[in-house]
Ligand binder design. Structure first.
Ligand SMILES: [Zn+2]
Length: 393
C-alpha cells in the first residue's frame, strides 16, 4: 500500500477494492481497520465521510492512535472488502471546505482579517475572523472578490514537503497540529493561497460554483461570518423561492411588497385582538350583572369557547355583586371541559369538599383552596349529575 490513504491520493475516487485487516469494537460500536481507504476521517473542520463497506453502512470515520477506524452499523469479517463513498455528501464538503480556503485567503489579503476558526455545518458554514466589525459594504466587496477568483478557475494542488523545506515555503500563517511529525501537506490555490491542510479539495476554484455570504454575528471580539458554497447555494435559493411563492399566494402581493403587506396584516391583527379583549370584558360584565340578579343561591351557567380566565372574571363579578351567592360555571374549550366552583364571602358552602365531589363526578383533575375550586375534565357529560350533587349541599 501507498503510504498515503486513497482519499488523499485521489479525492475524486468513489469506490475502492481493499481489505479488512482487523475488526474490533469501541464502547459497543463495531469498527474495521482497512488496508486503504477513500473515506475521509473527521479533521481540520471537515466532517467524516459516510459510505458502505461490503454493503454495511459506515456511520463514522475517526483517526485513533495513528490508524483510521471505520465505525459500522453492524460487524464485518476480515478479508476482501468493497468500499463505497457517499459521493454527493463528500463533494458538498469539498465545495464548502475549498470555499473556506478561498474566503480565508481573500479576507486576509484584502481586509487583513485573519481566520481563527471554521465550522462546516449540516446546512450552513461559518468562519471566525479577527474583524471587530464588518459592514454590508465590506461583505459585498469580500463576496465579489471571492466570485472573481471562482471565475478565474484557478488550479488547486496538494503536495507534501519535509519539515526543513516547509520552513522555506511562503505558507499563510496557520500552525501545525500539536505533536505533528513528518512531512507536511500543503494546499495551493494557484496565485492566491498556500496553506497547510489535510482535507479533501476540489481541482480548481470553478468547482466551488458560487459562494454566498449570509450574515455576521459578533463573537469574542471578532466576527463570525456565515456562508454557503456550491450546490448548497442553489438548494438554499430553491428553498427561498418555494417559501416566497407560498407567501405570495397567501398575501396576494408581489415579492417586493411581501414584508410591508405582512406588517400591515400583523398590525390589523393586533388591533382586532385588542378590540376582542375589550368586547369580551364588556360581555363578561353584562353576563355577571344578569347572573347576580338571579334569585337562586347557587348560580350555574355554561359557556362555549371560553377559557378559565373568563370564568374566573365572571365569578369575581357575580360574587362581588352578591357575596351571599355561590357560582358553578363551566365552559367548553379546546375539546375539553372546564369548571369553576366559587362561593362569596357571606356564603357557607363547603367549597373544598364539594369541589372534590364535583371533580370525581366529572372525572376531572382539579384543586383549590378556601372559596374557589377549579379543574379540567375530558368532557362535561356528567354536568347535570355534578349540579344535582351541589344542590344537595
Ligand atoms: Zn483544506
Amino acid at each position: 500500500m501507498d503510504t498515503l490513504p486513497a482519499y488523499e491520493r485521489d479525492p475524486y475516487a468513489t469506490a475502492l477494492e481493499t481489505r479488512v485487516l482487523r475488526t474490533g469494537a469501541e464502547q459497543g460500536r463495531p469498527f474495521a481497520i482497512l488496508e486503504d481507504t477513500i473515506l475521509y476521517p473527521e479533521g481540520g473542520g471537515q466532517p467524516a465521510d459516510r459510505g458502505t463497506l461490503n454493503g454495511t453502512a459506515v456511520v463514522d470515520v475517526q483517526k485513533r492512535d495513528g490508524e483510521i477506524r471505520h465505525y459500522l452499523a453492524a460487524p464485518v469479517v476480515e478479508g476482501p472488502a468493497s468500499l463505497e463513498l457517499d459521493w454527493p455528501r463528500r463533494f458538498d464538503h469539498m465545495q464548502q471546505h475549498t470555499g473556506q480556503h478561498l474566503l480565508t485567503a481573500v479576507a486576509q489579503d484584502r481586509f487583513q482579517w485573519e481566520t481563527t476558526a471554521f465550522h462546516l455545518g449540516a446546512s450552513i458554514c461559518d468562519i471566525e475572523l479577527s474583524a471587530s466589525s464588518m459592514s454590508l459594504r465590506d461583505m459585498e466587496q469580500l463576496e465579489e472578490k471571492v466570485a472573481d477568483e471562482i471565475r478565474a478557475h484557478r488550479e488547486i494542488s496538494a503536495r507534501r514537503v519535509s519539515p526543513e523545506a516547509y520552513k522555506l515555503e511562503a505558507v499563510r500563517s496557520r500552525g501545525l497540529p500539536e505533536g505533528h511529525t513528518g512531512d507536511i501537506r500543503l494546499i495551493q490555490i494557484a496565485g492566491v493561497d498556500l496553506n497547510t491542510c489535510g482535507g479533501t479539495h476540489l481541482r480548481h476554484t470553478g468547482e466551488i460554483e458560487a459562494l454566498k455570504l449570509l450574515g455576521t454575528e459578533s463573537i469574542r471580539g471578532g466576527t463570525r461570518l456565515f456562508y454557503v458554497a456550491g450546490r448548497r447555494a442553489r438548494l438554499r435559493l430553491d428553498a427561498h423561492e418555494r417559501r416566497t411563492a407560498g407567501l405570495r399566494a397567501l398575501l396576494g402581493a408581489p415579492d417586493e411588497d411581501l414584508v410591508s403587506v405582512l406588517q400591515g396584516k400583523l398590525d390589523q391583527l393586533q388591533t382586532a385582538e385588542r378590540r376582542a379583549r375589550k368586547l369580551e370584558e364588556e360581555l363578561a360584565e353584562m353576563q355577571a350583572s344578569a347572573l347576580a340578579l338571579r334569585p337562586e343561591a347557587l348560580v350555574e351557567a355554561h359557556f362555549e369557547d371560553r377559557d378559565m380566565a373568563f370564568l374566573q372574571k365572571l365569578a369575581r363579578q357575580v360574587l362581588a355583586a352578591d357575596p351571599g351567592k355561590a357560582v358553578f360555571l363551566t365552559a367548553a374549550a379546546g375539546g375539553q371541559g372546564l369548571f369553576l366552583l366559587s362561593a362569596g364571602e357571606a356564603c357557607g358552602l363547603d367549597v373544598p369538599a364539594l369541589g372534590k365531589a364535583v371533580a370525581a363526578i366529572l372525572g376531572a383533575k382539579g384543586g383549590g383552596s378556601g372559596r374557589t375550586f377549579q379543574g379540567k375534565a375530558p368532557d362535561l357529560k356528567a354536568r347535570a349529575g355534578a349540579l344535582a350533587r351541589l344542590r344537595e349541599g
